[in-house]
Design a protein around this ligand. Structure first.
Ligand SMILES: [Zn+2]
Length: 181
């Protein structure tokens, strides 16, 4: 095979490749002028596959509106395209190139766990400002604990405020439950 004939083949292949990508490249150029600037801002052509054009829209409402007008659009586009489109599919899919990952919610807070031992762990988690003197800090702490305890049911055995989860599990608070073991 001569050098020239290889060049010829490459030339043909190049032309074929160009011809194959051309409709979509051409479509990207003519899209804004066919649909208008306003629609163009809310749409993004994605691909042409088997003469079906896929277009991403910024919202479902745009997809619906444009789907009604697609026959008119197909006629206008086919006048300017090297291939004939048979249909246009509008969808919000693919509008956002990198869809935001759903941020995972924290599963269960320690205080929401049924085996949460209220009186012991709350004493550690009560925030006491550093500026408080020890007496004020203790007053603050007991006030917070008291406020929290008010909403808690009482253990039937020792009458101390008990997280509902402990009563559900043992019928008594965790301390009484431990004593029974
Ligand atoms: Zn108890």
């Amino acid at each position: 095979m001569s050098f020239e004939s290889v060049n010829d083949i490459l030339g043909v292949l190049e032309k074929q490749a160009k011809w194959q990508e051309q409709p979509f490249q051409r479509l990207l150029q003519i899209w804004p002028e066919v649909v208008g600037v306003a629609v163009g801002a809310h749409t993004r052509p994605l691909s042409i596959q088997r003469d079906v054009l896929r277009v991403a829209t910024s919202s479902a409402a745009w997809a619906q509106n444009l789907t009604f007008k697609r026959q008119t659009l197909i006629v206008k586009l086919n006048e300017k395209l090297p291939t004939s489109l048979v249909d246009i599919r509008f969808s919000t899919a693919g509008w956002q190139s990198s869809p935001e990952e759903k941020k995972s919610q924290p599963t269960v807070l320690p205080s929401e766990h049924p085996s949460y031992v209220g009186d012991l762990s709350t004493s550690k988690s009560v925030l006491i400002p550093n500026t408080m003197n020890p007496k004020a800090a203790f007053g603050h702490w007991s006030k917070v604990i008291q406020e929290r305890s008010h909403s808690l049911p009482l253990c039937p055995q020792c009458q101390s405020p008990t997280p509902p989860g402990e009563l559900q599990r043992w019928d008594v608070c965790s301390f009484c439950a431990a004593k029974q073991l």
